[in-house]
Design a protein around this ligand. Structure first.
Ligand code: NAD
Length: 369
């Protein structure tokens, strides 16, 4: 990729803006010290956009998103917009962005920082050194399938229904992302469905098996039922490397895996689209947490999930593995130095503000280069 990278920064609402500020400081540091060349454009999304323009995502911002090399997204939403109609709610802006960019692969790493291992609800030996990548299909399945609705049956009683549907193309493309990721890791993929009770699960298994036969001979592929996967995640999580699954199971399993690692404030994510003819892949990076209205504006939010999302952007959009690792190591060092934001506080540790946490990460970056 030549020339400065075009990054669209969408801080959003609540703590989105506070954690995005810390990311901007780290990007400035990367530019100053390591020559990371980028053009960053900051725009409104979610409630902030609704308040100014009457819509959670303007066409201009959508165009900027389509033209950018990568998007960094904070969080949207809050009680202030609870009464707004559903299509104009802050969350609708994010959903439209994901849909228009066709961001079908949601990557949710669950990585345990050694100094936080005690904070997990599982025993330390079970999660120490844990590093799982969950790939959730994000744009299809029963959250989007038709028909869906609530209607009245001939006998006068009502019913609610959704449709779980996956095409061969949709399974293949997310399966390929899982294989690609596994190649840079331990080459192990668990494909998760419910082939024992669902036709779509039988089909998912068949397509994943063909994909492995055709282009994944170097990958160890195992099929697992979703209920067993949930159980295995809390029984012996280190057996997993990459897990690939549909939208619904991915929603549940990624939250479960994530919480093995501690707080919401520590969890980054990436949502990736297809690679186009110019070898460019649309991508949006965001913390897993929301806008946390209960702590917004207090300078106490944990910016680490957002900083780790920046590291993911460097790794997956720009192949800047070294710089991604530099940010991750700095965070690791700050945590082992005994500093914590309130959400991950432990006895004997110093509690620091959002801004201070950002500064500490930059100080560590200075030490590491
Ligand atoms: P939330 O993630 O905003 O907050 C849940 C709890 O975790 C809160 O107690 C919060 O204080 C805490 N928390 C979250 N992030 C933190 C951080 N970085 N540091 C310290 N503590 C943190 O979820 P919620 O309360 O269910 O939702 C609040 C709003 O955010 C809602 O409007 C919801 O729709 C929206 N939301 C947006 C996204 C998104 O933008 N991707 C995701 C989830 C929720």
């Amino acid at each position: 990729m030549s020339g400065p990278r075009k990054i669209l920064l969408l801080p959003g609402d609540g703590i989105g803006a506070e954690v995005s500020n810390q990311v901007e400081l780290v990007m400035d540091w990367l530019a100053k010290n390591l020559g990371f060349s980028y053009d960053v454009k900051t725009e409104d999304i979610g409630g902030a956009s609704y308040d100014k323009y009457g819509t959670p995502l303007t066409d201009e911002v959508l165009n900027d998103a389509l033209e950018s090399d990568a998007i960094l997204f904070g969080a949207v939403g809050g009680p202030r917009w609870d009464e707004v109609e559903r299509e104009l709610r802050p969350e609708a802006g994010l959903l439209r962005l994901r849909k228009e960019l066709d961001l079908f692969a949601n990557l949710r790493p669950a990585i345990v920082f050694e100094s936080l291992a005690e904070a997990s609800s599982l025993k330390k030996e079970l999660i120490s050194g844990l590093n799982i990548m969950i790939v959730r299909e994000l744009t299809s399945g029963c959250y989007f399938g038709e028909p869906r609705g609530i209607d009245v049956m001939p006998d006068g009683t009502r019913r609610g229904f959704d449709t779980e549907v996956y095409t061969e193309t949709e399974i293949t493309r997310v399966g390929k992302v899982a294989f690609e990721l596994a190649r840079k890791r331990q080459r192990k993929v668990h494909s998760v469905e419910k082939a024992n009770v669902m036709e779509s699960g039988v089909f998912w298994r068949e397509i994943m098996t063909s994909l492995q036969n055709e282009e994944g001979q170097d990958i160890e592929l195992q099929h697992m039922y979703a209920d067993n996967c949930a159980m295995q995640l809390v029984r012996e999580p280190k057996q997993f490397d990459v897990i690939v699954t549909n939208n619904l199971f991915g929603d549940l399993l990624s939250d479960c895996a994530a919480m093995l690692t501690g707080s919401l404030g520590m969890l980054p994510s990436a949502s990736l689209g297809e690679i186009d003819k110019d070898k460019k892949r649309r991508a949006l990076y965001e913390p897993v947490h929301g806008s946390a209205p209960d702590i917004a504006g207090k300078d106490i939010a944990n910016p680490i999930a957002m900083l780790l999302s920046l590291a993911m952007m460097l790794r997956y959009s720009f192949a800047e593995e070294k710089n991604a690792m530099l940010i991750e190591s700095s965070i690791k060092n700050v945590l082992s130095g005994g500093y914590r934001t309130k959400d991950i506080s432990q006895p004997g540790m110093e509690i620091v503000s959002t801004k201070k946490m950002g500064n500490l990460v930059i100080q560590e970056l200075d030490k590491l280069i």
